[in-house]
Design a protein around this ligand. Structure first.
Ligand code: IPE
Ligand code: IPE
Ligand code: MG
Length: 234
């Protein structure tokens, strides 16, 4: 049993390009360095017994970046999955992708699906990677699916509760994150887990994502342990 004060941490992995700019490296190489940072953290999270880690890798708004950057990122996702899946599986990681998969290139979508299926019985860290994810898109698709279920008689409108609606989100039965970390210092949520993070503790650090270490993560968890969560009560 882990003695951590929380089960689920969500992370906005921001600041990759600024990291590269600081070092006068090609901007996009910051994303590659960001993968190294994620790899370190996934190993650490597994070792300390965290149950759920949900990371923002590509937002539904990130399509507005240059064609070159979008292509670079999708190639990176594909290569990382190919190169890292076996080790993740050895570490018993259960991998899930959250987001609108309908506009992900078919080959990549298929490899996402295969990796989710191949790791679905793993009992270690639950790693969710948000790709083509946006909360408004997620809530809108949930509303549509609920409407279809009502129209086709599977559901009564007055049976729609918060708990039921939550099961229509990409996160399904995954518990809400107790803490949301954002690296790179921006004070915003950028359309990430707006429903699920309703009462998450926010931890924003200026550290750029490629520089974020397991020690930084532990410090955030330590701070979380001292937060006073009231949920609107006294
Ligand atoms: C986060 O880093 C990764 C993605 C959004 C894909 P950025 O690419 O946003 O890097 P900065 O914030 O511009 O430094
Ligand atoms: C949020 O970062 C998305 C990811 C980390 C994948 P952005 O860099 O896209 O967010 P904004 O544009 O600063 O809000
Ligand atoms: Mg950014």
């Amino acid at each position: 049993m882990s003695t951590l004060p929380l089960r689920h941490v969500a992370i906005i992995m921001d600041g990759n390009r600024r990291w590269a700019d600081q070092r006068k490296l090609p901007r996009l190489s910051g994303h590659k360095e960001g993968v190294k940072s994620l790899k370190r953290l996934v190993q650490h999270a597994g070792a300390i017994g965290l149950e759920y880690l949900t990371v923002y890798a590509f937002s539904s708004e990130n399509w507005q970046r240059s064609k070159e950057e979008v292509r670079y990122l999708f190639e990176l996702f594909s290569n990382v999955l190919r190169d890292e899946f076996d080790e993740l599986a050895e570490n018993r990681v259960r991998l899930r992708f959250l987001g609108d998969m309908s506009t992900i290139p078919t080959r990549l979508r298929k490899s996402f699906e295969r990796s989710m299926d191949d790791s679905k019985n793993n009992t270690g860290l639950n790693l969710q990677v948000a790709i083509n994810y946006g909360s408004r898109l997620e809530i809108t698709q949930a509303a549509k699916r609920l409407a279809v279920d009502v129209a086709e008689g599977r559901l009564n409108a007055n049976e729609i509760t918060e708990d039921l609606l939550a099961t229509y989100l990409f996160t399904g039965d995954i518990p809400d994150p107790e803490m949301m970390i954002r690296t790179g210092g921006e004070m915003r949520l950028s359309n990430y887990l707006l429903w699920q993070a309703a009462y998450s503790e926010l931890y924003i650090t200026p550290i750029l994502w490629p520089d974020f270490t397991p020690e930084n993560f532990d410090k955030a968890v330590e701070e979380y342990a001292h937060r006073n969560r009231r949920f609107g009560a006294d």
